[in-house]
Design a protein around this ligand. Structure first.
Ligand code: SF4
Length: 431
């Protein structure tokens, strides 16, 4: 469930279990144990995870044949023992910090792995057997470079769920990238709660710019993309790496959350509309072709009509190519939960929609302005009617649009000229 960071954790648990001899089965109705890797970032995500849990609990293999239920990830990390009381149907709870122990936990529940071949034949045919890499349905892959967060934004549950910021070592990241590249991946998306802080907690501090540069050099035929970079993490060195290396996408996802200074302070965040404008203009001076994405929160406690208008005007300026908007979610255990002047639900939803409409209009205009540009597209698939599609560097997987192309091979790059656009999608003809 949940975000790309959780997907990486799920894949990692699958890989560890497969290496220990267990067969990863993509049909829960045929499994001996079902692991629900939950998300609990906001209330809506918790509810979705609970729905998934009860869906699994109602399967015949669970009800009649004693298949085990394991609740992993953010939900047990956030709710601890309280959750164990709420979900007595589960046999194990594995918070994020204990996911490395998944083999011992599964062994305790269903016994040691049986000979893979025998099980494999009776299970749904999937491409994951003992020691193999999990099924790959696309040509990009997320690689986590750190976990946790020290920023304590007042609305956010992550620091209490994931703990303090801790960077993964270069060797670990390199190995994760190497494994994905060997499996055929062509684009690595580097993620973390706060990518810009990578390396600062080492005894000998290091920088994200160094990391990206090293990886881009070590894997010259792979695209690298950096997501979730807090404004303070944007450095000239990183922008220089984007300029120097063709395989580092000229793309940044910088979550701003808001632009009103008093609201940002109430969020326990730095910056202001003016500071963000200066930052964007500096970035574009150094990397003129860069594509920028951000996320914003509508209806944070105390957000006045004027402050909302300030945010709306900022979106309308078109500094960011893509904007994700979320209505504020009041989460127990966060500092913002107790703030006065909570905005009512209807107003939050209405403001979020107004922002989204404005963002859609801005994005469509900026994307339409790309007609005539020539750019490489990583071809990722083919639709039922034979239409090839892929993504350019200006399109991050899963959140932005795609580019339809008239030529190329799936899993390879094709150079195209953009000839048309429709909202978030582009159409390209081979050069
Ligand atoms: S930077 Fe703020 S919003 Fe992002 S994970 Fe950390 S505390 Fe949460």
């Amino acid at each position: 469930m949940g975000c790309a960071k959780n997907e990486v954790d799920s894949a990692s648990m699958a890989r560890t279990l497969a290496s220990a001899g267990y067969v990863i089965c993509d049909n829960p109705a045929q499994a001996d144990a079902i692991i629900i890797n939950t998300c609990s970032f906001i209330q809506a995500a918790t509810e979705e995870s609970i729905d998934a849990f009860f869906e699994a609990a109602s399967l015949p293999n669970v009800r009649e044949r004693g298949a085990k239920l394991v609740v992993a990830g953010c939900m047990p990390a956030r709710y601890g023992e309280e959750l164990e009381e709420e979900l007595p149907e589960a046999q194990a709870f594995v918070p994020c910090s204990k996911e490395d122990d998944i083999v011992a936990i599964i062994e305790g529940l269903i016994g040691p792995a049986r000979p893979a071949q025998a099980v494999y034949e009776s299970a749904v045919p999937v491409e994951v057997a003992a020691g193999a890499t999990p099924v790959r349905s696309s040509y990009f892959s997320y690689v986590k470079i750190s976990d946790g967060c020290d920023r304590y934004c007042s609305f956010c549950t992550i620091p209490s769920i994931r703990g303090r910021y801790h960077s993964f070592t270069y060797e670990r990241i390199h190995d994760d990238v190497a494994r994905e590249v060997a499996a055929g991946v062509k684009e690595i998306v580097l993620i973390a709660q706060d990518t810009g802080r990578w390396g600062q907690d080492f005894t000998e501090p290091c920088t994200l710019a160094w990391l990206v540069n090293e990886l881009a050099e070590a894997f010259p035929h792979t695209w690298f993309r950096v997501m979730y970079l807090q404004p303070e993490g944007v450095t000239d060195d990183l922008l220089q790496v984007m300029n120097d290396r063709e395989n580092v996408c000229s793309y940044l996802d910088i979550p701003l959350q808001h632009v009103s200074k008093p609201l940002l302070r109430a969020m326990n965040r730095a910056g202001s509309g003016e500071k963000f404008r200066t930052l964007v203009s500096h970035i574009k001076q150094l990397v003129p072709e860069i594509t920028l994405r951000t996320t914003l929160i509508a209806g944070f406690p105390g957000e006045t009509e004027e402050q909302f208008e300030e945010l709306l005007d900022f979106v309308g300026e078109g500094l960011f190519d893509y904007v994700g908007v979320f209505p504020y979610s009041r989460e127990e255990g966060t500092a913002a939960y107790d703030l006065p002047n909570q905005v009512d639900e209807d107003t939050k939803l209405e403001r979020a929609q107004i922002l989204r409409d404005e963002a859609d209009a801005v994005s469509a205009t900026l994307i339409a302005a790309r007609v005539g540009e020539t750019l490489p597209v990583l071809v990722e698939g083919i639709e039922e009617d034979g239409q090839l599609f892929g993504r350019a560097q200006c399109q991050a997987p899963e959140v932005d649009g795609v580019t339809y192309v008239d030529a190329g091979t799936v899993g390879e790059w094709v150079k195209v000229t953009v000839v048309d656009t429709l909202m978030y999608e582009m159409e390209g003809e081979e050069v």
